[in-house]
Design a protein around this ligand. Structure first.
Ligand code: PBG
Length: 323
């Protein structure tokens, strides 16, 4: 034997010397669910340990995240039923919950990178990501609203808009609308390869945004497809995306790697609600060690090629890293 591979594994010091993937708090994007009210926090039953906060408490939560080294947050709002319709009108309200949240958070934490979810599902009476006509999701009419919504978020102070809807052509439309409005510094993080996944279930509980009829398979991708993810990513780069996202993450490590190899811009991955819930449930049942499982999965997502990871474990992992 002239090559003994165990030499490089013999002690913690040697292993730390040759470690290829190291997580840091700035890798994480912390998703937050915001609701109307004051001083309220509500645990999401299918996401143990994760809360929907009123705006005052979200600010506190993000201050804690920032202190731990996390530098970006992705905002989602829960919209009251009476404000939902089929046009996304509330999504454009200058004083809507999203717009107020962006202003308040940027005021308290000017250095936190604020990203906003852009899609109609929280605002839609049908629970779909677009405008519905004859049971169909209307692509081009939806894109018009998404572009206006993005400008509205940018005007409120969002650093990045994050379209999660999977309509065609929306990245170009959003970039053009931002330019026209003078928001030259606002970035676009595109959910480029977003799969029609069962792992979004707990998220839909959190925002009460489950589709009222059918499913999302006419716009989100078929989990069986790989080449399509590369095509989506390349097109969104060409349309002006600054960051490309793959979603979900844990079950799609191959896609993260392939997209990373293809595009020359940062790649993010969304470790989604169901992927969070699985680890929580297994840990609660005593089947695995939560802290180790979280570290291993997030390291795997980074190793696969994710420069950024949106994860509900962001704060918890940042706390672990601090120890
Ligand atoms: C909706 C949206 C979803 C998620 C992010 N934005 C759900 C969906 O597409 O139905 C899922 C996030 C998660 O499950 O953590 N545009």
């Amino acid at each position: 034997m002239i090559r003994r591979n165990r030499i490089l594994r013999q002690s913690p010091s040697v292993r730390s010397m040759v470690r290829e993937t190291i997580l840091q708090p700035a890798d994480f994007i912390v998703p937050v669910f915001i609701t109307e009210g004051q001083g309220t926090q509500h645990e999401i039953s299918s996401m143990p340990g994760y809360f929907r906060f009123s705006l005052d408490l979200v600010v506190k939560e993000l201050e804690a995240c920032y202190a731990l080294g996390i530098r970006s947050a992705l905002l989602f709002v829960k919209v009251p039923d009476e404000l939902k319709d089929n046009t996304g009108k509330e999504a454009l309200n200058e004083n809507g919950l999203m717009q107020r949240s962006v202003r308040a958070i940027k005021k308290a934490l000017p250095d936190m990178v604020i990203m906003t979810d852009v899609a109609l599902d929280p605002y839609s009476s049908f629970g779909h990501d677009g405008i519905v006509e004859n049971q169909q999701i209307e692509n081009d009419k939806t894109v018009e609203v998404l572009a206006k919504m993005s400008v509205s978020h940018a005007k409120a102070g969002a650093d990045f808009v994050a379209p999660s809807d999977m309509m065609d052509g929306r990245i170009l439309a959003i970039r053009e609308a931002l330019e026209k409005a003078g928001n030259h510094q606002t970035g676009v993080m595109s959910y480029a390869a977003k799969y029609a996944s069962c792992f979004y279930g707990p998220f839909r509980d959190a925002l009460d945004s489950a589709p009222g009829f059918g499913d999302k398979k006419t716009y989100q991708m078929d989990p069986a497809n790989r080449l399509e993810a590369i095509k989506e990513a390349q097109m969104d780069v060409a349309e002006g995306a600054d960051i490309i996202m793959v979603k979900p993450a844990h079950a799609y490590l191959d896609i993260i790697r392939e997209v990373k190899n293809e595009v020359k811009i940062p790649v993010s991955a969304y470790h989604v609600s169901g992927e969070y819930a699985m680890i929580k449930a297994a840990a609660k049942a005593g089947y695995l060690n939560e802290e180790q499982a979280v570290a291993e999965v997030l390291t795997a997502i980074k190793r696969a090629g994710a420069d950024l990871i949106a994860t509900y474990f962001a704060k918890q992992m940042a706390q672990t890293l601090k120890k």
